[in-house]
Design a protein around this ligand. Structure first.
Ligand SMILES: C[S@@+](CC[C@H](N)C(=O)[O-])C[C@H]1O[C@@H](n2cnc3c(N)ncnc32)[C@H](O)[C@@H]1O
Length: 202
């Protein structure tokens, strides 16, 4: 029965991808990966929004990145993903090659705030496009600082999805309050996984 569901359900991918996903799912608590429901939500959202230029803050070993790339294969988009731990990002790069070899990825290694400043500088100089979707999942205390930079590099009608909103309620409180009080954003906290905040730039 389970294998029948897997064959019919579009959220189950090719064999090589499923093998990598299920091996990452075994260590998800160690690498703080999304659970499968949240990853499926992220993937669906990118497709619904037809997002083509996605930024992820917090690559880890690439679990969520694989789901993002699977969506970007459909929308013909690109992922830029930031991680300060080189070893983790090299595992992620390897996973991306196996699961989504034909989707463009720009892995960036470094402290998120510094990399974000670099990217913003490139956007301001016209060297790269703004993003239409941002997934925030790195240092919880820094969410508010990520937002201050991300806001300047997000297109109108762009989406921000932030994880761990309920599990790290206090650490991310300045972020949630700032978003709810920002007239340029419409936001909702979702009781999905560890709590996700979905925000759309007006
Ligand atoms: C929650 S995990 C990301 C999980 C990943 N999004 C997934 O679901 O597969 C957070 C990652 O962000 C990285 N990280 C934490 N603080 C960071 C920072 N200031 N700059 C860059 N990366 C950071 C950590 O090393 C960790 O791998």
């Amino acid at each position: 029965m389970e294998s029948e569901v897997k064959k019919l359900n579009p959220i189950y991918f090719d064999e090589a991808t499923e093998e990598i996903l299920s091996s990452l799912e075994k260590t998800r608590c160690e690498f703080w990966n999304l659970d499968r429901d949240c990853a499926n939500f992220l993937n669906t959202l990118i497709k619904i929004n037809n997002s083509k230029n996605v930024l992820e803050i917090g690559t880890s070993n690439g679990y969520s990145g694989i789901w993002i790339l699977k969506a970007l294969k459909e929308t013909k988009g690109k992922l830029t993903t930031i991680e300060f731990w080189e070893k983790r990002q090299s595992v992620a790069r390897n996973n991306f090659k196996i699961c989504a070899p034909d989707v463009e990825v720009e892995p960036r290694i470094g402290s998120a705030k510094i990399v974000l400043e670099d990217i913003l500088d490139d956007i301001n100089k016209g060297k790269r496009e703004k993003f239409d979707f941002v997934f925030i999942d790195a240092n919880k205390k820094e969410y508010i600082e990520y937002f201050e930079l991300v806001d300047k590099m997000l297109e109108d009608k762009g989406i921000i999805l932030a994880d761990n909103i309920l599990s790290h309620y206090e650490k991310v409180q300045d972020y949630t309050v700032a978003l709810f009080n920002n007239k340029n954003y419409q936001s909702q906290i979702l009781e999905l996984g560890t709590g996700m905040m979905l925000s759309r730039k007006a």
